[in-house]
Design a protein around this ligand. Structure first.
Ligand SMILES: [Zn+2]
Length: 241
């Protein structure tokens, strides 16, 4: 994966780090139709008193601040806060006012590569929303990234499932709309999701109406269990490929 480096204005970040990277924080730009390169150019062209390491759109990853430097993304160090600018890597999703699967196709493999590079486990991939939460000592509950905020957000759970499931190839799946899709009956469920939908309905785990992102999360979940050897092969044979 090639990454375009469009360095931020030096007034927007702190040179160096006082801690190694322990967390990856996911943000969104809050814009519609914006690109990674244009965001980087914005931060290059002047003092913005804020920054992030990476911007991702549906075409590419652009870097604004080097990994070894401290971006100003998560609001500094609050009392009791464990996630800070110093110990985190901040990634901005562009054009993400609603969950944008085209952006995820680029973002998921990239974030996986950063998890591997800095040995960041899944539980340390967090939303800006988590960092600002009162539970984490924050003062302001940031609504970022908007499609993923809130307790028990199924879309966020689906996102995290994609991160751990390396066999989940987004390009292989049927391309769907960005908007929330809800299936009202088994006939509406696309081919790729039908087996798991039927299985889960039989087991009582799912019932109609079923949200698209939840179904995808369930599929990713089964594949993960399969990889861990926790589900018998017969049950999962139809979704092994
Ligand atoms: Zn944010």
């Amino acid at each position: 994966m090639s990454i375009t480096f469009i360095p931020s204005n030096v007034g927007n970040y702190q040179k160096g780090r006082t801690s190694s990277i322990k967390y990856i924080v996911i943000h969104y730009t809050a814009n519609k139709g914006d690109t990674a390169a244009n965001n980087c150019k914005y931060f290059q062209s002047g003092g913005r008193a804020a920054s992030a390491h990476y911007f991702i759109d549906k075409k590419e990853v652009c870097q604004s601040v080097a990994d070894n430097d401290t971006a100003w993304s998560v609001g500094g160090t609050y009392g009791g806060t464990v996630i800070t600018n110093s110990n985190s890597l901040s990634i901005e999703l562009c054009d993400f006012q609603t969950e944008n699967l085209d952006v995820l196709k680029v973002a998921i493999p990239f974030i996986q590569s950063k998890m591997a590079e800095y040995k960041v486990p899944l539980e340390r991939v967090v939303r800006h929303w988590d960092v600002g939460s009162k539970a984490n000592g924050g003062k302001v509950q940031k609504q970022c990234p908007l499609p993923y905020v809130g307790v028990s957000n199924h879309k966020w759970e689906g996102f995290k499932n994609l991160l751990v499931n390396s066999s989940f190839d987004l390009n292989k799946e049927e391309k769907e709309e960005d908007e929330m899709i809800i299936y009202e009956s088994i006939e509406q469920v696309p081919e790729w999701g039908r087996y798991v939908a039927e299985l889960d309905i039989r087991k009582g785990y799912l019932s109609f109406p079923i949200e698209y992102s939840l179904l995808r999360a369930r599929i990713a979940n089964y594949r993960q269990l399969r990889d861990l050897g926790l589900v018998d092969k017969e049950t999962l044979e139809p979704i092994l490929h």
